[in-house]
Design a protein around this ligand. Sequence first.
Ligand SMILES: *Cc1c(COP(=O)(O)O)cnc(C)c1O
Length: 392
Amino acid sequence: MSDEFGPDTLGVRAGGLRSDFGEHSEALVLTASFVFSSAAQAARRFANEEPGNIYSRFTNPTVKMFQSRLAALEGAEACVATATGMAAVATTAMGLLSAGDHVVAARGVFGTVVPLLNQVLARFGVATTWVDATDLDAWRAAVRPETKLLFAETPSNPVCEIVDIAGLAGIAREAGAVLAIDNCMCSPALQRPMALGADLVVHSATKYIDGQGRVLGGAIAGRRDLVEGPLFNFVRTAGPAISPFNAWICLKGLETLRLRVEAQSARALGLARFLEEHPKVERVLYPGLASHPQHALAMRQQSAGGPVLSFVVRGGREAAWRVVDGTRLASITANFGDTKTTICHPASTTHGRLPPAEREAAGVVEGLLRVAAGLEDVADIRADLERGLAAA
Ligand SMILES: *Cc1c(COP(=O)(O)O)cnc(C)c1O
């Protein structure tokens, strides 16, 4: 279906399966296991001699529809869904790496990825080198003969740094390593890492794919040999599978993904321009602004700036907290990707456990605030930030 139709058509129709009931909306197949017509059929299914569903940890029609549709939108050969975004990152690492292997990862990745690699994977003999995401020479210098995985997120959360995906893909190819890109912040609506040379795209479906803050979910899309080989086998064997219910929410979320993310991104651009002019704002970090140091690169690999922006308020933590507490509409919450605008102070929440020096090095300064634009009237969101800033 992917070659024949455009992305809007794929978003609402790719991967759809219909049962004998003839339902129009995709069915939620909420069952743990599937029945067989005979003992012989059960044996054939288990022996992989006959296709069909067995048990929802590794075969479920609703999960399959979600996987096929996301693969189509990412321009990927295959996709495997997971319980959460972190389960997708863990599956990527545990599925691909063995003791003695080495990972190069961007310092600006999602916070929980750091202990996953430094503490959990390290116990299994996997070493990680952390590099400045924007410095291709640093990536190149960090590669060793045993490097098997390059991992980056772009734009990064919360400071909106951009990684040159095609540049990294070249480094990964030379090293014989796999390049995995976390595409949470843009989603396939605005950025398709596979087309730029990535081997795998990792998602927290909890964010824009659900898009309404309801469920947790994750997925890895990419090369068939990796996804249907070691990654699917890890999910089947270790069990970080998505529930059919959550997969159904995410599947239906994909139908409106592009409309939502494009509208949210347009709102974020408007807010970024407003904030850039505000006297209490020291600087705005948003890839869609010409003032962003990597604006040109961002506009080459993304179709818009994205729905998330960060800005630094003059006056440090005290002023930043006053902005948060001065808003009335924005939800004070660490999640993003919702239809409701969210605001958070990363230094005291999502990045609060990092030592202050490390935090500052990552750009998460005391005055930094992250806003994820929702779908409210842009004038209302802007008035809310204005109200917050008036309190700073
Ligand atoms: C939220 C997030 C994750 C983790 O996803 P969960 O669904 O919360 O486990 C990974 N990467 C990025 C960029 C995220 O924003």
